[in-house]
Design a binder for this molecule. Sequence first.
Ligand SMILES: Cc1cc2nc3c(=O)[nH]c(=O)nc-3n(C[C@H](O)[C@H](O)[C@H](O)COP(=O)(O)OP(=O)(O)OC[C@H]3O[C@@H](n4cnc5c(N)ncnc54)[C@H](O)[C@@H]3O)c2cc1C
Length: 454
Amino acid sequence: MKSDLTLKTITEPSREINVYHEADVIVVGGGPGGHSAAVAAARNGARTILVERYGHLGGMATGGLVILIPHMSDGSKEQQIAGLCQEWLDRLEKIPGGMVGPKREEIGSTDPAVLARWKNHFSTVVDGKIRLTWTVDPEMLKCIMNDMVEEAGVKLSLHSWGTQAIVDKGRVQGIIFESKSGRQAILGKIIIDGTGDGDLLPSAGAEFDGAIDPKLRSSMLALVFRVGNCDFKKYNEFREKDPKKAQELMGELGKAAGTFFLPIAGHRDDVVWMNNWIPGLSSTNVEDLTKLEVSVRKMMRTGFAFMRKNIPGFENSFILDTASQTGTRGSRRLVGEYIVTGDDMNSGKKHDDTIAVIPKIGPPGDNPHVHIPYRALVPAKTEGLLVAGRSFSSDKFANDMLNLIPHCCAMGEAAGTAAALAIKHGISPRKLDYRLLQNTLLKQGAALPGVELD
Ligand SMILES: Cc1cc2nc3c(=O)[nH]c(=O)nc-3n(C[C@H](O)[C@H](O)[C@H](O)COP(=O)(O)OP(=O)(O)OC[C@H]3O[C@@H](n4cnc5c(N)ncnc54)[C@H](O)[C@@H]3O)c2cc1C
């Protein structure tokens, strides 16, 4: 749908702008993908700047109130995703109330007592086995993400909206961003797009696919909200005692709200986060974004009134907060040197240049893992650019399933590490020796099962 405003155009006069900073690596967007990219680049010796449009880091995992960090293991004792995402959790574990989830020794357990302990923790018991899935306090996560950036020596520029790539002869040379200080430029050797929406791809001249399919999760925008002072234990006891009635009530809740509302355990027993979605909207269309914010607020009021009145455990609850950031699941997808497909996902296709091994969300089946190659982070044509996070090169089916927070952290860590290594060796990221990248990732704590150290 085109806005009326787009029918008319004006020409902006050209102008000189200030160069705010020069760096080796510029990362735009500080969500799971971009944050991991920036920390990894700086730890590997690159002078790095991270540009984030909001006043905090974390993207969906904090501002979006998507506080479930799931499926870092496949139900076996082995962990498939570790690295910087694991470091978040190690840091949060030291903060009282910072996170909740199974202990390491419980991973892969089939012990009935352990399964009973975690059965109501979303995405933790799959196929009768414990997976590494954590729920985090988003405010504490914002704090530890700042710590990681600061300790790594990343220059941070918050309240800074990356608007355009600066390109010369097919190579990205920097970015332009807008802030309260005006429109300024940052020059760099390698630019990493961690905006989730691939905001820099059009101006960088990188090929991408921006089509959304209303049948897929990726087209579903959301406004997550949290409910406080609820009794999640009482709610779970009710669900166990009368699952049929509980299911009926969820259906009625959906009708009352006018959309799908799913209460998911928060990081405390008296807090839940309400997952929701409205399909067929685009996260790069300002009219859709506005429509979403206004509609979900209305739905929240009617849905929440229903919950308080009818659902055991929510009698005394209240709306604790709404996400400061619109829930966006999918958007522009890079056309990279390799496009990860739905078929790859189902067949468990392996790659020589695997940089992330991702457990399937459902029961593992014959091919329990999806392998993401480094080439899916590298644009097919444009030089000096990488992507980190959900805009990786993938078809719509693969993207729909492979955009969870741990996935984006793993891809971000690989992108940042690759950028630093490419700069160290004076080469384009496209030319980077993937074995050097894999060895470096393994040494710094990535899991990558099946990839051996030299
Ligand atoms: C309602 C909902 C429920 C979900 N449930 C789960 C779940 O339970 N578990 C799970 O793991 N995943 C879940 N997901 C998916 C997951 O949250 C995202 O796919 C993931 O966060 C993507 O990470 P990212 O870093 O690629 O992008 P994002 O998290 O979107 O981060 C992008 C960052 O870039 C910043 N940014 C964007 N544009 C610009 C710009 N132009 N300039 C500067 N900064 C910019 C943003 O502010 C943000 O900080 C859910 C998503 C939604 C919406």
